[in-house]
Design a protein around this ligand. Structure first.
Ligand code: GLC
Length: 578
């Protein structure tokens, strides 16, 4: 039988107890970078906190909660777009890149927010949305007005007398067509996303200069980094050749990493990144490892960090296999073991909720499985991105009717399936599991009617489970999901091996447990994650001798010799004797 050791008892057995590791990577080491050591907290401002009762989150709400953000132990915030926007795609359709969206507040609020973050040693990463603008941006208004307007070439136009341009797929268009005919100048314009999001013409050097000037404007204000939205699609072959039959919709393969994209990034690096101490991360990581390395290897002088989607693409409505999960994260780690740097994340504003997709959101297992997933994100090699609300274990809201959705992708996708006579039940089932609105419901601060998010009517309903999942109830509970998250951020900061250490998969063939080591010259940790809802045995390999339990999402580690009896979703990190 297994002997049950409480942590206190286990600590009696340890050889040399310590709360942190002596770092081998000193600040003067050239491989030391703040953005590698960062723990990034992503805030969807629309849903974080509303202070003026209009039902929409605002910058003052973020300012009010800066102490909370700091209490999480995160070191940077990535803010989704806060620029002026008609909100066709919740701010990803910018009408003025140098102004704050009215719903969110003023430039003065922004300055106070940034100062407040910096006072708390929290950096700010801004979203830069420049594959496209809003059709309400002055550039597009000008561009649209006549064929010889000086802004005409800021966008991609196709004169109709040449016939209809070759098909291009649109991700958000209700017909899936990226060309929109505009009778004013008898031409089509290109929009890879919604019809109100015309693609900017990156082949035009003036457009590029405008964007660099905008980025400089924000860098001068003191922002610390940029996330380049949809940027892998920015460069285009402006002859718009026909794509091979059957490949018209193969978005990553045919639409990403085209033309002179790398040149543009080098130019942006020379003009902006190299002149300010800012980090840069691209949304997506190209089509393959070669593209990903070309985007972020240091000697390329393009971006700092890749943000690859293979990890978030694993979860499907009917589940996923842990073998697949391990294979994806291990493959990416190996490809970047020596060069380049990755982001680690399992959720964001384009995905549904962490625990509903990758864990188990039932009452019994929501807490341990969220803690287990946060242990994973915060113990991998790469910069962790934690999405607001996942530190509490917020879950999918799971709407049943299309009228409940707000997201343009969901609504236009519905229209498309209807007009094509597709399987609408399957579509709705897919939305219930995977819709972006699942991940955008308001932050749950307390158990009150609107979860403490607003005194007005929230723009998207607050999940009913705010009564049990909320900051207030978890704040002082030492065993809460929230406090486990805080313990994990502390551990990551105290153990640089979690940032810089080599990753090695342990017991690849175990179908329920994901285990790996993280190793530097003077430190070694073993992470053991039970991804299943059943108790599971795990044998620690003989060459790994645990000396201390650094964190555990249960209050007991049941271990006899090298045999561990893991509870459902148990997550343990051991320090290993070197
Ligand atoms: C990116 C954003 C997404 C947005 C799209 C168009 O994928 O993450 O939210 O809808 O670009 O800007």
């Amino acid at each position: 039988m297994f002997r049950i050791l409480s942590i206190a008892f286990a600590l009696l057995l340890i050889i040399g107890c310590k709360n942190s590791e002596e770092s081998t990577v000193t600040p003067s080491d050239p491989s030391h970078k703040w953005w590698k050591e960062a723990i990034i907290y992503q805030i969807y401002p629309r849903s974080f906190k509303d202070t003026d009762g209009d039902g929409v989150g605002d910058l003052k709400g973020i300012i009010e909660e800066l102490d909370y953000i700091q209490s999480l132990g995160v070191t940077a915030v990535w803010l989704n777009p806060i620029y002026s926007s008609p909100n066709d795609d919740n701010g990803y359709d910018v009408s003025d890149y140098r102004a704050i969206m009215e719903d969110f507040g003023t430039m003065e609020d922004f300055d106070i927010m940034l100062k407040g973050m910096h006072e708390r040693n929290i950096k700010l990463v801004m979203d830069v949305v420049v594959n496209h603008s809003s059709d309400e941006h002055e550039w597009f208004k000008q561009s649209r007005s006549s064929r010889d307007n000086p802004y005409r070439d800021y966008y991609h136009w196709w004169p109709a007398e040449k016939g209809k341009p070759n098909y291009r797929y649109s991700l958000f268009d209700e017909k899936g067509d990226a060309w929109r005919y505009d009778s004013l100048t008898n031409s089509y314009y290109l929009h890879y996303f919604a019809v109100k999001q015309p693609d900017l013409n990156w082949e035009n050097p003036k457009v590029r200069q405008e964007v660099y000037d905008i980025m400089k404007f924000w860098a001068e204000k003191g922002v610390d980094g940029f996330r380049l939205d949809a940027f892998q699609f920015a460069a285009k072959d402006t002859t718009f050749p026909k794509f091979p039959d059957g490949f018209e919709k193969n978005f990553t393969e045919y639409y990403a990493m085209q033309g002179d994209l790398h040149q543009y990034l080098k130019e942006m690096n020379a003009e902006v990144f190299s002149k300010y101490n800012v980090m840069s991360v691209s949304e997506g990581a190209g089509r393959n490892f070669v593209d990903a390395h070309n985007l972020v290897d240091e000697d390329r002088k393009e971006l700092d960090m890749a943000y690859a989607f293979d990890g978030v693409d694993i979860a499907k409505p009917n589940g996923y296999s842990l073998d697949h999960f391990k294979e994806v994260f291990t493959r990416w780690d190996s490809a970047f073991a020596k060069k380049g740097w990755l982001s680690i994340f399992l959720s964001n504003h384009d995905q549904s909720r962490l625990v509903s997709r990758y864990g188990n959101d039932s009452e019994a297992f929501r807490a341990p499985s969220t803690k287990m997933l946060n242990t994973f994100i915060l113990s991998m090699r790469g910069t962790p991105y934690c999405y607001y609300g996942d530190e509490l274990g917020m879950t999918n809201i799971g709407f049943d009717s299309i009228s409940q959705y707000q997201d343009i992708a969901a609504i236009n996708g519905y229209k498309k399936v209807m007009s094509q006579g597709g399987d609408i039940d399957a579509y709705m089932k897919g939305l219930k599991f995977g819709s972006r609105d699942n991940g955008r419901t308001p932050m749950q601060w307390d158990a009150s009617e609107n979860g403490g998010f607003t005194e007005g009517i929230p723009w998207l309903p607050v999940n009913d489970n705010k009564t049990v999942i909320n900051v207030q109830s978890q704040h002082d509970d030492p065993n809460s999901v929230l406090n486990h998250f805080r313990k994990m951020t502390t551990l990551r900061k105290n153990f640089p091996v979690l940032v810089y250490g080599a990753y090695e998969l342990v017991q690849k063939e175990h179908h329920k447990v994901y285990a790996y080591t993280r190793t530097t010259a003077n430190s070694k940790l073993l992470v053991i994650l039970n991804f299943s809802e059943t108790p599971t045995e795990f044998v620690i390999p003989k060459d790994l001798s645990p000396v201390e339990v650094l964190i555990d999402n249960y209050d007991q580690v049941a271990m006899e010799g090298n045999n561990l009896a893991l509870q459902p979703y148990q997550a343990i990190i051991f320090e290993i004797q070197k």
